[in-house]
Design a protein around this ligand. Structure first.
Ligand SMILES: *[C@@H]1O[C@H](CO)[C@@H](O)[C@H](O)[C@H]1NC(C)=O
Ligand SMILES: *[C@@H]1O[C@H](CO)[C@@H](O)[C@H](O)[C@H]1NC(C)=O
Ligand SMILES: *[C@@H]1O[C@H](CO)[C@@H](O)[C@H](O)[C@H]1NC(C)=O
Ligand SMILES: *[C@@H]1O[C@H](CO)[C@@H](O)[C@H](O)[C@H]1NC(C)=O
Ligand SMILES: *[C@@H]1O[C@H](CO)[C@@H](O)[C@H](O)[C@H]1NC(C)=O
Ligand SMILES: *[C@@H]1O[C@H](CO)[C@@H](O)[C@H](O)[C@H]1NC(C)=O
Length: 919
């Protein structure tokens, strides 16, 4: 009998009697077991050590543990899921929207064979996995198809991923694979209770040990042939049985024993107990204050919010290292000027194009970190922030805290069972990023020998650790993980965690990312990234004043930042936060405190692509305004310089147009008119709160982000409607129908929806054939065979196409609409114009589609005047007089983007260090 010596002897003496009784019972059980299973028991000794090179292939279908992978999309073809774009399921409400032609099964082609004829290369191996084939078929460019194919082949040849990686976290005497022997287990009181899985084909001590190590457990146990248990509690000697009691064969290797009926062979996995560090709260007074690099990874155009963030964090002793997505010319250009003004603000020139969840995100972070390591800046910590973060404690408190915790690393772990995390997160899948998409190409095995960890991608890392993890000469562990995470969804959510846990820095791990995140999963998990990743991802919501308690509750916790904040959604909460932190006196009459400007177009931008309908309308507004300023002396608008969205008191107000006319810059604005018409009043129309058509619907924030409702023939209009709850609670389901009628008076889409008596906000995005006919579109709401309300929206004809003035040839194509007209039930005819009117409309639409040059401009201008109010004008600079007309100076017009905006003004921050008394 192989007894693990010292421990058992001690226990033996103390519990001799119990032990003998135990032996008696166990012997009997053993006898029974041998009779039942007729196993040979002599192989037990072989399992005390495992060889890392002897593991059979793992087929993940074999994993039978119950994993809730609800967020997983079905078999790679995310599009084949229920049509999420058109169906909304609100909380407890039973609401549904059906589009009569809404089932958009895009990929109905044969998915089991790779269509080689569509490729301009020959794959270097035969590709048979369904997911890879689907990805190759869906990828747009040949280069991307080839990349997917190359990686799929490398994986199938076993050449891409390392099989095993070293674990450098001190193991304190624990030995990987050391056998503790055979133990008695109990149904209701498991010796190892951290994880359980049933592996019909692959179970073996070696397999189970690896799995438990991967999950961060100290002990692994095989039982009843196919079961693997993991846990952190050392089994008690009283449960020890003779090895012969563990007598069932392992599925992966019949020469080895895998426990028995309630008997378990237990092994050490080789890792020591992991205790996350507690953060210190006080500092020895002689410690030098920690110096921080705020690594700002920015996207979008929220320039004023970025400046506000820098302003509140600014201190001469800290640094700002800024990565602006390579496609964001505007933000990059506007922030570049800060480099000249502040020696501690730098923008990286190695810019990446990152996508949600993409592998490029990690490459970008590592690249920026390497640059930081090579710079002359002296820093102790890197903190990763984006434009949607904001501090919830003063910078002084943050510095105090980090000073007390120099050398520690702050990451937040997922806090659930690791195998479940791996599956939910898709870490067991290979993803390939190209064509700005993360393609899922198949299952993979993560390297053995290391713990997998992950969680939040907001981190605060020490200089020492960054030097290790972002080293340009990475060791075997980091190098191996870099390969793995180059093909991982959401790599930043796991890479740093996993490196930290398995490196010599493992004892600097603090399970706190210093952030509070505004998760509202019902809103944020709508699979809204399916056009970018083959997975269903979630995003946190923007904070609003309703969420204030969540911020306030961080006061006594070691939380220093919150996310997300977005001033176009809500700015009041940011101000509330500033008042809370710094006691800013809002009664001081600070100009434009509650307004916010965000650029949506700038003439110097090469990226992102210009929206032709926006430029068309801006040009039209400039034309109309210039005519209005003076009929006699003509101020001809030369060029649109910038278009800006103006918000006040957290509501969109107007869209500002800045243009050049001769030598002067003029700013004016447009504002949508109300296009809503009540046809017949009813209880339902009393409940109707909004009925709006625009584009860029954000399901998470339930907002149409194209605030100005500027749309052209290539837009994809979305209808959003909102009903208040019914005063009479009868729980009735009400069916309503929306008719989409084009400018030629033809019915082009019928959308059905059901609402009940509770509050509801829903959206419908029909699939309309492009190009859409320009002109005035109508939507009618039909209920019980009656039209109750209607609304109109403008599809503007284009004066510009791909950024340049349209040619006559382009016009005749773009403005003719698509000729495919669907057939609809005759019951709707009575809601359409009569056949005579329809003929008139159609012939007008045909003649309009031929308009060109100044005739086209006239058409555009007449439509713009119908849909938009065009506001006052102001002049930039000193020359306030134009053609004898006196105009207001822009910096004196509250609505102008030139009006002073102290909350985002950086000019005076240099004088301060650490305080925020600047307004
Ligand atoms: C897919 O294509 C292969 C060969 O091109 C054919 O043998 C197979 O039957 C097809 N499957 C389906 C479902 O069409
Ligand atoms: C794929 O592999 C081939 C052959 O090894 C190589 O020539 C090609 O550049 C690779 N293409 C991509 C996009 O990775
Ligand atoms: C800020 O201070 C630095 C160094 O003291 C100086 O070089 C820089 O010009 C100042 N910038 C501004 C905007 O005052
Ligand atoms: C850093 O910030 C970006 C947001 O800009 C985020 O997406 C990324 O995952 C973060 N991660 C880490 C590890 O810094
Ligand atoms: C990860 O991918 C990037 C871009 O494709 C490549 O430049 C880099 O070498 C890769 N890193 C590793 C470790 O494979
Ligand atoms: C609403 O439509 C559903 C089917 O779409 C139908 O079953 C139901 O009876 C309708 N309800 C009313 C009140 O018309």
């Amino acid at each position: 009998m192989v007894v693990t010596k010292n421990i058992d002897n001690r226990w033996l003496r103390r519990y001799k009697v119990f032990f003998l009784i135990g032996i008696l019972i166990l012997s009997f059980q053993l006898y029974l077991a041998i009779r039942f299973f007729g196993l040979s028991v002599d192989s037990a000794q072989n399992t005390s050590r495992w060889s890392p090179h002897k593991l059979s292939n793992i087929d993940s279908n074999d994993v039978e543990n119950s994993v809730n992978s609800a967020r997983r999309s079905k078999d790679g073809l995310v599009i084949d899921d229920e049509d999420i774009g058109n169906s909304v399921h609100q909380h407890k409400q039973r609401l549904s929207i059906k589009s009569n032609h809404g089932t958009n099964k895009v990929y109905t082609k044969n998915q089991t064979y790779l269509r080689l004829e569509e490729l301009d290369f020959v794959p270097s191996c035969e590709i048979t996995t369904k997911e890879a084939i689907s990805a190759i078929h869906r990828a747009k460019t040949q280069r991307c198809k080839q990349k997917i194919s190359n990686i799929t082949c490398l994986i199938s040849q076993g050449l891409l991923y390392p099989n095993q990686l070293p674990n450098y976290c001190p193991n304190e005497g624990y030995v990987a694979g050391k056998s503790l022997g055979c133990f008695k287990d109990e149904k209701n009181y498991r010796l190892l209770n951290g994880y359980y899985g049933n592996y019909k084909n692959m179970n073996s001590p070696e397999f189970c040990i690896r799995l438990c190590l991967q999950s961060g457990f100290l002990y692994a146990g095989v039982q009843y042939s196919t079961e693997c248990f993991c846990g952190n509690d050392e089994p008690t000697a009283t449960a020890r049985l003779p090895d012969s009691s563990c007598n069932m064969k392992c599925p992966a290797d019949p020469h080895l024993a895998c426990g028995g009926y309630y008997t378990v062979n237990i092994y050490q996995t080789g890792i020591a107990k992991f205790v996350p560090q507690n953060a210190e709260t006080s500092t020895a007074s002689y410690t030098k204050p920690a110096r921080i690099v705020f690594l700002l990874t920015l996207n979008g155009r929220a320039l004023r919010q970025v400046r506000r963030l820098i302003k509140i964090l600014y201190n001469r002793d800290h640094y700002f290292y800024i990565h602006v997505d390579v496609r964001q010319d505007y933000l990059f250009r506007e922030l570049l000027v800060l480099e000249k003004q502040f020696p501690n603000i730098r923008l990286t020139r190695s810019r990446f194009s990152t996508i949600w969840g993409g592998a490029s995100l990690l490459q970008m972070l590592l690249s920026s970190m390497r640059e930081l390591l090579n710079s002359k800046w002296k820093w102790d910590f890197v903190i990763n922030l984006s434009e949607s973060d904001y501090p919830v404690k003063t910078v002084n408190k943050l510095v105090e805290f980090l000073t007390a915790n120099k050398g520690k690393n702050f990451v937040k772990s997922h806090g659930r069972e690791v195998q479940r995390f791996i599956q939910k997160q898709g870490l067991d899948k290979t993803f390939v990023e190209c064509d700005t998409h993360m393609w899922r190409v198949g299952d993979r095995k993560l390297p053995w020998g290391i713990q997998i960890d992950g969680g939040s991608d907001w981190v605060a890392l020490s200089h020492q650790f960054v030097k290790y993890a972002a080293s340009s000469e990475p060791d075997e562990l980091v190098q191996g993980l870099l390969v793995v995470f180059n093909h991982t969804l959401l790599p930043a959510e796991s890479f740093f965690h996993t490196v930290l846990k398995n490196s010599k820095f493992c004892n600097t791990y603090v399970d706190n990312n210093l952030h509070v995140t505004n998760w509202k999963r019902k809103l944020g998990c709508k699979c809204q990234y399916k056009h970018i990743v083959d997975w269903c991802g979630c995003s946190p919501n923007d904070f609003r004043p309703d969420d204030w308690l969540r911020i306030q509750n961080t006061e006594t916790r070691q939380i220093f930042f919150a996310r997300k904040f977005e001033p176009v959604i809500n700015q009041a909460v940011i101000l509330q936060l500033e008042q809370w932190l710094y006691g800013i006196d809002v009664n001081k009459n600070i100009p434009n405190l509650n307004s916010y400007c965000q650029s949506i177009y700038h003439h110097l931008d090469l990226t992102p692509f210009v929206d032709d309908s926006l430029i068309t309308i801006a040009q039209s507004v400039a034309r109309i305004k210039s005519k209005a300023i003076s009929e006699t002396c003509s101020v001809i608008p030369d060029k649109i310089l910038e278009v800006t969205s103006f918000h006040m008191d957290d509501a969109y107000q107007k869209t500002l147009v800045l243009y050049l006319a001769g030598k002067v810059q003029i700013q004016t604005y447009l504002k949508g008119k109300n296009m809503f018409v009540l046809i017949k009043s009813s209880p339902l129309t009393h409940r109707l709160k909004a009925l709006t058509v625009s584009t860029e619907y954000d399901q998470k924030e339930q907002t149409l982000r194209n605030f100005a409702q500027v749309m052209g023939p290539y837009s994809e209009p979305t209808l959003v409607f909102e009903f208040n709850s019914s005063p009479d609670v009868s729980a009735k389901i009400i069916n309503i129908t929306f008719l989409w009628i084009d400018p030629a008076g033809r019915l082009v889409e019928v959308s059905d929806a059901s609402i009940d008596d509770s509050y509801s906000i829903m959206h419908i995005k029909p699939i309309l054939k492009q190009p859409l006919i320009p002109g005035i579109w109508t939507i009618k709401l039909i209920h019980k065979n009656q039209a109750l309300v209607e609304t109109r929206f403008l599809i503007t004809p284009l004066e510009f196409f791909s950024g340049t003035v349209v040619t006559q040839k382009q016009v005749s194509f773009i403005h003719s609409g698509s000729d495919i007209i669907k057939e609809f039930d005759a019951q709707w005819d009575k809601f359409l114009p009569n056949s005579h009117d329809r003929e008139v409309l159609l012939s007008k639409s045909i003649s309009d589609s031929k308009r060109f040059g100044s005739d086209l401009q006239d058409w555009i201008d007449s439509l713009v005047t119908k849909f938009f109010i065009i506001g006052q004008a102001c002049v930039v600079g000193n020359s306030k007089e134009i053609c004898g007309h006196k105009l207001q100076a822009c910096n004196e017009a509250y609505w102008s983007s030139f009006a002073p905006d102290p909350k985002s003004f950086l000019g005076n921050i240099n004088q301060t260090s650490g305080s925020f008394d600047l307004w």
